[in-house]
Write a protein that binds this ligand. Structure first.
Ligand code: SF4
Length: 437
């Protein structure tokens, strides 16, 4: 049997798509290889969010191409966002590459592989339907799993390449999602994270919200009710779709964790309008306050972009003020850089790199201070962890608010433990186990 190795770059969504690719390949006769060195087919599943993504991928293909000298039958392919955005140009620039398959063409991977076997170099970036993986993705972890709920995005924020690389928003039918969750639970999975670029837009387009379909709030409740599932998370949410029904589901369903990544992007309404985010700062703050009122222990996380074209000192000061006010559990900050195809690309990148770097460091430093205060407040508190790793009398897992916590205990992966937080080691909580209440 031939073997495939998938190297997935980028975010959790991309990592999970790598698992889906492995599942699709298995459905078509491939077995997973544990390293590139033992594979007959190497797939680089790419991410276009970071700068210089294409150059990095071309460099990586060049390195892998040297393996073809010892193994002439080895095939190399590129999938994902860079494949979708750069298609034929990528194949032309990377001579060792056998195929380039875009995000929406993944369903045609088997026919692409047949053409490659026949000696063709293939580019397929045409649109195609979302393809369910027959026996499910091949996952590396058993206790916690990512499950796709929404694919693509219709928002077209002016800085973002995702709608161009991943296509339009599509919600998987609830029945398919629930089937996958039930199969996961039967094999020992206890925590499910529903994924989507705008996951809480679930049900607007595609399989969701047809006859007999459900809202996102109801989908969360149904996933939480699957026998064996003890925790449910979801990422990433869009502030415009954070309705009261979703907040109520979070507050009244114990399995849904009080953990909410909710990107704001800027503290300036002028910048939010230029980014075409579809909400104001006041609207975001109102939604954040509503969800905190319902779930006082909520861990709210957010993303910010600094140095978007036209961002003045005054705009940036408003971002600093809102970071101080939100007291987030986590902040992901990025320096703006233009992406091809996007609405903002023609504006160039007028803010000097040094100014962007200073602004980013300013909000990150403020967040470090807030995080240190959050950590202090956690000392002595009791936290529930879901054990993910266990060895030599130690266990490690995450709290309901998604903090990593390590404790001396004998337990098996999948168990829930009560732990008293006794210290912090390099940002990771440590504690001692307690008996259940
Ligand atoms: S909501 Fe905006 S930032 Fe998020 S994926 Fe869609 S276009 Fe990109």
């Amino acid at each position: 049997m031939r073997r495939i190795f998938v190297h997935a770059f980028g975010c959790q969504m991309n990592a999970h798509e790598g698992e889906r690719l492995l599942g699709l390949a298995r459905d078509h006769g491939y077995q997973e290889a544990l390293s590139a060195e033992e594979a007959d087919l190497i797939v680089l599943h790419t991410c276009a969010v970071r700068d210089h993504a294409v150059q990095r991928i071309i460099g990586e293909v060049g390195r892998l191409t040297s393996l073809k000298r010892q193994r002439p039958r080895l095939k190399i392919g590129v999938t994902g966002c860079v494949a979708q955005a750069d298609g034929a140009a990528l194949l032309a620039r990377a001579r060792g590459l056998d195929f380039v398959v875009g995000t929406r063409a993944v369903g045609r991977l088997p026919s692409t592989l047949r053409r490659v076997d026949a000696g063709e170099r293939v580019v397929d970036v045409a649109d195609g339907a979302y393809l369910e993986v027959g026996d499910g993705p091949i996952r590396s972890a058993t206790t916690c799993a990512y499950v796709t709920a929404v694919e693509g995005c219709d928002k077209f924020c002016t800085f973002c390449i995702v709608p161009y690389t991943r296509g339009r928003e599509y919600s998987r039918p609830a029945a398919h999602i629930l089937d996958e969750v039930r199969r996961l639970a039967a094999t020992g999975c206890r925590e499910v994270t529903l994924l989507g670029q705008t996951v809480n837009a679930y049900g607007r387009k595609g399989g969701g919200r047809g006859e007999g379909e459900v809202s996102f709030a109801e989908l969360l409740r149904q996933v939480a009710a699957v026998d064996g599932i003890t925790r449910v998370r979801f990422l990433t949410s869009h502030p415009s779709h954070l309705g009261d029904d979703l907040i109520e589901a979070m507050a009244t369903t114990p399995e849904i964790c009080p953990h909410l990544p909710l990107p704001l992007q800027s503290g300036s309404d002028r910048m939010l309008a230029a980014m075409r985010r579809g909400y104001t700062v006041a609207e975001y703050l109102e939604r954040a306050a509503a969800v905190r009122a319902a779930l006082p222990e909520l861990a709210l996380l957010s993303d910010f972009i600094v140095g978007f074209p036209g961002e003045s000192d005054a705009d940036f000061e408003q971002t600093v003020a809102v970071v101080g006010e939100l007291r987030l559990a986590g902040l992901y900050g990025f320096k703006y850089s233009p992406r091809p195809h996007t609405k903002a690309a023609p504006l160039g990148d007028p803010i000097p790199e040094s100014v962007k770097a200073e602004r980013l460091e300013q909000i990150l430093a403020l967040q470090r201070q807030i995080a240190a205060e959050h950590n202090q407040a956690l000392l002595g508190s009791r936290q529930e962890i879901l054990v993910e790793e266990a060895s030599d009398g130690w266990v490690e897992g995450r709290t309901r608010t998604n903090r990593r916590l390590r404790a001396a205990a004998v337990a098996a992966p999948g168990e829930l433990l009560q732990v008293r937080v006794s210290g912090i080691d390099h940002g990771r909580l440590v504690g001692t186990t307690e008996t259940a209440p």
